[in-house]
Design a protein around this ligand. Structure first.
Ligand code: NAD
Length: 351
């Protein structure tokens, strides 16, 4: 039986990795995306001619459009990734985050519930709604400890607060209405097709062009980095085999301080594209005013996902970051046009 999945946010960084993976695996995929500044159909060039892929430009907050998409496509799985995702932008303008992440998720849940209630018993049993979220909902860790699924929520940024709100709504639609949901919370992703406002692609592209490499504060903040295709594999597994009503933490077991990440990228670039005039790219590192409310450390305990569903990441940080740098060097045709949308200027500094 062909499986049918409606993916929201499939033109974004992680969503496009999920769509590429599922189309190749033979799923019927409908990608529903509003195409904000972060959405990019060029990220789907590898699969967009496939007969089992289609695209709908729509806002998840548009209930009528979601209703029609569900009624006509009749998915047995919804994977919900559409979101405003950049913390710095949430500091400058939280309204869009509330609208899409909270109100949009609510609208999608209502339409998914209506759709599910209209299915026959066998289709109801097969249906699932997978909500994709972030580890930032748990707040900040000290030197030790790991985020587990039962860690209390303590979101500190408008972004993480809006994602926490959406997680609570999804959970409530399971407990109150019986909508078959599964949830996941993941650490920082990196890899190909990442919009260059985020630390890793920004550093690669600035290092290539000999521009300053901005590092917030002293670069001491720790993130647990996961290669995006490892996340996509985890998401397919959770969506299809995760226990209903449960959430799963996804992480790469790759804690790095931001300054280490930037130095590693500099060393790889010095090796792959040496520039005698520029010298060692570490010299481009510039410490800038820290992000307001910057969480000190995130780290994931992904034991539940490993023990219950058998998932482990296939990339180490070293292998994944090398692949990522090489991808950006080989794919200027993807990132060049994005310069017109974003000039890699500082966002969210004022708070
Ligand atoms: N990037 C990370 O490191 C990370 C880590 C953990 C969880 N997440 C979560 O994973 C999901 C995807 O993250 P990403 O990094 O790919 O984000 P992204 O910003 O790259 O992509 C988001 C996509 O959603 C679309 N979108 C935004 N608002 C929409 C709306 N109202 N209706 C329809 N589409 C809309 C955008 O056009 C874009 O294509 C998000 O829910 C995010 O919270 C991200």
């Amino acid at each position: 039986m062909t499986r049918r999945v409606l993916v929201t946010g499939g033109a974004g960084f992680i969503g496009s990795a999920v769509v590429r993976r599922l189309v190749r695996a033979g799923w019927e995929v409908l990608n529903v995306d509003k195409l904000t500044y972060a959405g990019n159909l060029a990220s789907l060039n590898e699969i967009d001619n496939s007969p089992n892929y289609r695209f709908l430009k729509a806002d998840i907050g548009d209930g009528a459009a979601m209703r029609e998409a569900l009624d006509t496509f009749r998915p047995d799985l919804v994977m919900h990734l559409a979101a405003e995702s950049h913390v710095d932008r949430s500091i400058d303008g939280p309204g869009d985050f509330i609208q899409t992440n909270v109100v949009g998720t609510f609208t999608l849940l209502q339409e998914a519930l209506r759709h599910w209630r209209g299915l026959d018993a066998a289709a109801q049993k097969a249906f699932r709604f997978h909500h994709i979220s972030t580890d930032e909902v748990y707040g900040s860790l000290g030197e030790d400890g790991l985020f587990r699924e039962d860690t209390p929520y303590q979101p500190n940024s408008p972004y993480s607060a809006s994602k926490a709100a959406s997680d609570h709504l999804v959970r409530a639609w399971f407990h109150t209405y019986g909508l078959p949901v599964v949830m996941s919370n993941c650490s920082n992703n990196y890899g190909p097709y990442h919009f260059p406002e985020k630390l890793i692609p920004l550093t690669i592209l600035n290092a290539l062009e000999g521009k300053p490499l901005p590092v917030y504060g002293r670069g001491e903040n720790v993130r647990d980095w996961l290669y995006v295709d490892d996340h996509a594999a985890a998401l397919e597994l959770i969506a299809t085999t995760g226990r209903l009503g449960e959430s799963y933490n996804v992480g790469g077991n790759n804690e790095r301080r931001n300054i280490e990440v930037v130095r590693t990228i500099c060393a790889i670039m010095d090796r792959l594209v040496p520039d005698a005039a520029l010298g060692a790219r570490e010299g481009l590192i510039t410490f800038v005013t820290d992000r307001p409310g910057h969480d000190a450390r995130y780290a994931i305990d992904a034991g539940k996902l490993k023990n219950e569903l058998g998932w482990v990441p296939s990339e180490t940080f070293e292998s994944g970051i090398e692949k990522t740098v090489r991808w950006y060097l080989d794919n200027a045709a993807w990132w060049e046009p994005l310069k017109a949308r974003y000039d890699r200027a500082r966002l969210g500094a004022k708070g």
